[in-house]
Design a protein around this ligand. Structure first.
Ligand SMILES: CC(C)(COP(=O)(O)OP(=O)(O)OC[C@H]1O[C@@H](n2cnc3c(N)ncnc32)[C@H](O)[C@@H]1OP(=O)(O)O)[C@@H](O)C(=O)NCCC(=O)NCCS
Length: 171
């Protein structure tokens, strides 16, 4: 059903369209201002430069519908002071960009498929950390078998005020 293709710099146009046309992705972007192409290009470059990062455009029956990324959780970073971070944990983050495909049951399937294809053989644990108010994302985590750990404050300097930590064992 799903395939995943590598993210590339030119996908800044897709991101631009999705942030403009999908209010849920605009929230994910964390700014009310529509970003410029250059800003998006720089953001994508940062993702592509990340060591061990996996960055994929989600394709459903030939149509590009969203984005999903994973990266190593830094066991020595600020997380460790707030949550027990297991060795070898990946964090994942995602959105369904095409407004016609959101809230229709694809999110759960997309996440499970991504974990199956890219995470479970490489990592022991996988983590998702939505905004506490993001009920759909929180429900999606639960439906995908993630367990609620706790709500933490400011895990990253440039992030939201609080994040809800959900963790799942891969194997
Ligand atoms: C989070 C996201 C990927 C989930 O994908 P989705 O396709 O919308 O979610 P699903 O349709 O698979 O629904 C998953 C669960 O969420 C809940 N849900 C879905 N739509 C809902 C709605 N409109 N209102 C309340 N709960 C809802 C349901 O419990 C559902 O499970 P169920 O269908 O078994 O009852 C998608 O909503 C999204 O891209 N949101 C914007 C970006 C974002 O928040 N990313 C997450 C960052 S951590």
């Amino acid at each position: 059903m799903f395939s995943f293709r590598d993210l590339k710099l030119e996908d800044c146009s897709l991101f631009h369209k999705w942030i403009k046309t999908n209010c849920f992705v605009k929230k994910w972007w964390y700014s009310n201002k529509q970003p410029r192409f250059l800003t998006l290009k720089n953001k994508i470059q940062e993702k592509l430069d990340r060591k061990n990062g996996i960055n994929k455009i989600v394709v459903l029956n030939g149509k590009e519908i969203g984005f999903i990324q994973s990266y190593d959780v830094d066991g020595n970073g600020r997380w460790t002071r707030q949550v027990k971070v297991y060795e070898n944990t990946a964090s994942i983050d995602f959105f369904i960009g095409d407004i016609d495909y959101i809230h229709k049951g694809y999110g759960k399937l997309m996440i499970n498929d991504f974990i199956d294809k890219f995470i479970k053989d490489k990592y022991d644990y996988v983590m998702i950390s939505p905004n506490p108010e993001n009920i759909v994302s929180r429900k999606t985590c639960e439906k995908c078998g993630f367990e609620f750990v706790k709500i933490v404050g400011l895990p990253y300097d440039n992030s939201k005020n609080k994040e809800v930590v959900y963790i799942k064992k891969c194997k």
